[in-house]
Design a protein around this ligand. Structure first.
Ligand code: 6CS
Length: 368
């Protein structure tokens, strides 16, 4: 399966072909193994609204478009999925609120923002928690014991976790080089809005400022901030590289997002449609891992091509160690803020990462 961001942008603006006559739906419903027809009749026609926190052509958009494609195909068009890119319905916080109120059915909600609503999710914002091995990290976020700690945190906020998805390593873009924690002294770095992110950058001596995604470019341009942090594809897509001069690769944290739905909506769906949603979400678990890897690589090439004097700095192990040591106390702050549930989630995640590292190492030893 390949994802072409340009094609996706075009697809997002093209209108759908009008295939949804009742007869065709009934036929397709039979052919596809119907998902959601009430026992006595025709499939229920409905539109599901899915908001993403990124632009058309982004990594989240790739996921949303594939979700839309599979749902519409398997319901024979009885369900239509409308994807709303970032900005159409407001900020990440606005989207989450609309999902909780039930005016949206699906959304992407990154812990960098959703951590305000579900504080324990800020575990994903801690630095140097994950492995350096992408395959181990991917296994860790799917680890059943870890998921068993994570999933129950959502329903009490009216949300249901459908997926935890990787979007690539976070990269700092700055106006001065950063090679050691002290280089961050006084640097006004924009973070997402979950409070623990402030602590994460204060630990390096920076002056972090939380703000919505849509305000970052002009804040950099107007020198209200000096730096920001996001995966490579976002740095290209939001043109942050135009208003910064250095990209610092510290591999301090992956960017993860959650794919969420409204608890009540999911519970009240006809059983067939509920199963379909869960099935497609399960199938798409691996999809974004592949997409992000390719999109991040391609976008880095585009940045290099468009701005040859952009300085790329990859921190070496001793340099990363200095950041690792500085960031260690932030784990305590996380536990202080989130209590026993936070501690349990942190331990479950550390356990999952360690297990995943062991099994990827064993596979490598076996030559597999
Ligand atoms: O920095 C942010 O706020 C956003 N960054 C990405 C890559 N996705 C969504 C998030 O809101």
């Amino acid at each position: 399966m390949t994802f072409d961001p340009r094609e996706s942008r075009a697809r997002a603006t093209r209108s759908r072909s009008p295939l949804s006559t009742v007869a065709l739906i009934a036929l397709l419903g039979v052919a596809c193994g119907d998902t959601g027809a009430p026992e006595d009749g025709e499939p229920r026609q409905e539109t599901w609204r899915f908001a993403i926190e990124e632009a058309a052509g982004s990594v989240q958009d790739a996921y949303a478009q594939e979700f839309k494609r599979r749902i519409e195909e398997r319901t024979g068009g009885a369900v239509e999925v409308t994807v709303y890119p970032y900005g159409a319905l407001g900020t990440s916080d606005d989207i989450t609120e609309q999902l909780r109120m039930g005016s949206l059915q699906f959304a992407m909600a990154s812990p960098g923002h959703l951590g305000k609503t579900i504080p324990e999710l800020q575990v994903f914002l801690l630095h140097f928690l994950f492995s350096d091995d992408d395959a181990a990290n991917f296994a860790a976020i799917r680890d059943p014991a870890f998921r068993a700690e994570l999933a129950p945190l959502f329903p009490e906020k009216g949300l249901e976790l459908l997926g935890l998805l990787p979007e690539g390593w976070m990269v700092w873009t700055t106006k001065e080089p950063i090679r050691e924690p002290d280089d961050f002294a006084g640097v006004k770095i924009r973070t997402m809005t979950s409070p623990l992110l402030l602590a994460a950058y204060e630990a390096y001596g920076a002056s972090p400022q939380a703000m919505p995604y849509g305000e970052v470019y002009s804040a950099l341009q107007l020198n209200m901030i000096d730096a920001q942090v996001n995966p490579v594809f976002a740095i290209e897509e939001m043109s942050f590289y135009e208003v910064t001069s250095h990209m610092i690769f510290a591999r301090h944290a992956p960017f993860l997002t959650t794919f969420v739905t409204n608890t009540r909506f999911l519970a009240e769906l006809p059983a067939g449609r509920r199963e379909l949603v869960l099935e497609v979400a399960r199938e798409l678990g691996a999809y974004l891992a592949e997409v992000q890897e390719r999109v991040n690589r391609e976008r880095l090439d585009e940045i290099r091509e468009r701005k040859p004097d952009m300085v790329l700095i990859e921190l070496d192990e001793p340099q990363r160690d200095a950041f690792r040591r500085r960031s260690a106390p932030v784990r305590e702050q996380f536990v202080e803020r989130t209590g026993e549930r936070g501690r349990a989630l942190l331990e479950a995640l550390l356990g999952a990462v360690a297990r995943a590292e062991r099994s990827t190492a064993e596979r490598a030893d076996d030559g597999g």
